[in-house]
Design a binder for this molecule. Structure first.
Ligand SMILES: *[C@@H]1O[C@H](CO)[C@@H](O)[C@H](O)[C@H]1NC(C)=O
Ligand SMILES: *[C@@H]1O[C@H](CO)[C@@H](O)[C@H](O)[C@H]1NC(C)=O
Ligand SMILES: *[C@@H]1O[C@H](CO)[C@@H](O)[C@H](O)[C@H]1NC(C)=O
Ligand SMILES: *[C@@H]1O[C@H](CO)[C@@H](O)[C@H](O)[C@H]1NC(C)=O
Ligand SMILES: *[C@@H]1O[C@H](CO)[C@@H](O)[C@H](O)[C@H]1NC(C)=O
Length: 422
């Protein structure tokens, strides 16, 4: 009939004028283009291509997909143009990714979760890899082979809440690595080879709730490392090489609830005085803290030593009538469940003879090669060869130890200068 005529005419004219334009339009409006071997879902738009032995990302993906699952394939390289800007969730874990070209994720402004974990050939990341991902909430980089991270790798990731870096080969973490991550809640760094932290590594992490550093090679914690962590509730430091830790460093953690310090070679001599003092006044639930030295305290729990242990001169054997004090009978209820406890002591009482300035801005000699390597990788022995400077525990002992911990590890410096040094 007549009413149909104008339409047909219009259509004919359009086809004549712009056939290629219509063809382009037809692609996104046509049948859903689910890549071969993948499954696609409508709401939310999802493309699921996991476990297909894909060696690369499918070349054409539905442009409006919000979730893309590519885990458990054999993808080796990621390049710009592979992923569309609608993605909120991108799973690429358990592939064979060894190279992520700069710009791969640059236009993914809606991306909230990126999982690159378990890519065991991923050794380096370009500094700009995550640039522009200002909505990113979860970043998974666990179980790769990362041995260092570029200074600016996490810059501007203002929405990040979960950062998983466990089970890599990280050796050290430099100052201000996480400085923009005020919304970060979980930072998982366990199962690396971190042997020293720099003083300001955790600067900016004012919202952090849990920090997992267990199963590393830490032999010291810088005095002010935890200063910004006012909301931290969980701190794991077990299975490291720590011989000492300042109680003042822990006093910077007002929200702490759970602390695990077990399986470290703790030195229960004068160097432990401030940590012991912190145990006496804290309500935090603490794991056992078994002494590795001196010999007469080996196997005892530092938390239940008596104050006298820190007043007598060391390392004389049997310095007082009770060389093997028994654990405090009600200790576990105090410390594990946060009930009761000793009256709080003045946090700075151990420093009363030292002007505050001397503690806060110590002067120190340049570290020697021995300082870098002393006790590295040596979990049991050799930690105490310097011992205490003189009879008794001078109030400087802890300070002197903390001075040493300020040094930045040589390996970090070399690594930051670039791979050409190796
Ligand atoms: C992937 O490759 C492995 C090993 O060759 C094979 O056993 C498996 O069936 C393959 N999976 C698929 C989905 O083709
Ligand atoms: C994984 O990637 C490496 C290169 O990084 C390559 O040598 C190896 O053959 C890949 N493995 C598989 C199963 O594709
Ligand atoms: C991140 O934290 C800031 C304050 O620190 C807050 O204003 C902002 O809304 C947070 N952003 C997200 C995405 O949570
Ligand atoms: C911690 O160290 C102890 C002894 O060094 C070891 O037996 C244990 O398996 C380690 N635990 C973990 C979780 O690595
Ligand atoms: C330990 O607790 C018991 C009751 O549970 C109490 O009678 C005793 O006085 C406590 N001992 C110390 C040293 O606080």
């Amino acid at each position: 009939g007549l009413p149909g005529l104008p339409t047909r005419v219009t259509l004919g004219v359009s086809l004549c004028l712009a056939p290629t334009f219509l063809l382009l339009l037809a692609v996104p409006l046509g049948a859903p283009m689910c890549p071969m071997l993948c499954t696609c879902y409508f709401s939310p738009p999802t493309v699921s291509c996991q476990a297909n032995n894909f060696s690369s990302v499918p070349r054409i993906l539905p442009p409006h997909a919000q979730r893309l699952f590519l885990q458990n394939n054999l993808i080796g390289t990621l390049r710009p143009g592979m992923f569309g800007p609608s993605l909120t969730t991108l799973w690429l874990y358990s592939n064979n990714i060894s190279s992520i070209h700069p710009g791969t994720f640059r236009h993914l402004q809606a991306l909230e979760e990126l999982d690159l974990g378990d890519n065991r050939n991923l050794r380096t990341l370009d500094p700009d890899t995550f640039r522009g991902l200002e909505r990113l909430q979860s970043l998974h980089l666990y179980r790769c082979q990362l041995s260092s991270l570029p200074n600016t790798i996490f810059r501007n990731l203002f929405s990040l809440q979960y950062l998983y870096l466990q089970e890599n080969n990280l050796l050290c973490l430099q100052d201000d690595l996480f400085v923009d991550l005020a919304n970060l809640s979980h930072l998982f760094l366990h199962g690396n080879k971190i042997w020293q932290l720099s003083e300001y590594v955790f600067r900016g992490l004012s919202g952090l709730d849990r920090l997992l550093l267990h199963r590393n090679r830490l032999h010291a914690i810088p005095a002010w490392a935890f200063r910004d962590l006012g909301k931290l509730t969980i701190l794991y430091l077990f299975n490291n090489s720590l011989t000492m830790l300042s109680g003042d460093t822990l006093s910077d953690l007002p929200s702490l609830e759970f602390l695990r310090l077990n399986n470290n070679p703790w030195a229960c001599d004068c160097r432990a005085h401030s940590l012991w003092g912190w145990f006496q006044r804290t309500r935090v639930s603490v794991s056992d803290v078994i002494c590795a030295s001196p010999a007469e305290r080996k196997g005892q729990d530092m938390r239940y030593l008596r104050e006298a242990a820190f007043q007598a001169s060391l390392p004389h054997p049997h310095p007082h009538p009770h060389p093997h004090p028994r654990p405090h009978p009600n200790g576990s209820s105090n410390h594990l469940y946060g009930l009761g406890g000793s009256p709080p002591a003045d946090p700075s009482s151990f420093y009363r003879d030292v002007p505050a300035n001397d503690i806060r801005s110590p002067k120190y000699d340049p570290p020697t090669e021995d300082d870098y390597w002393e006790s590295y990788g040596n979990e049991e022995g050799g930690q105490l060869k310097k011992g205490c400077p003189g009879p008794g525990c001078s109030s400087l002992d802890s300070g002197a130890i903390r001075i040493g911990s300020l040094s930045f590890p040589l390996t970090c410096l070399l690594m930051l200068l670039g791979p050409s040094w190796f």
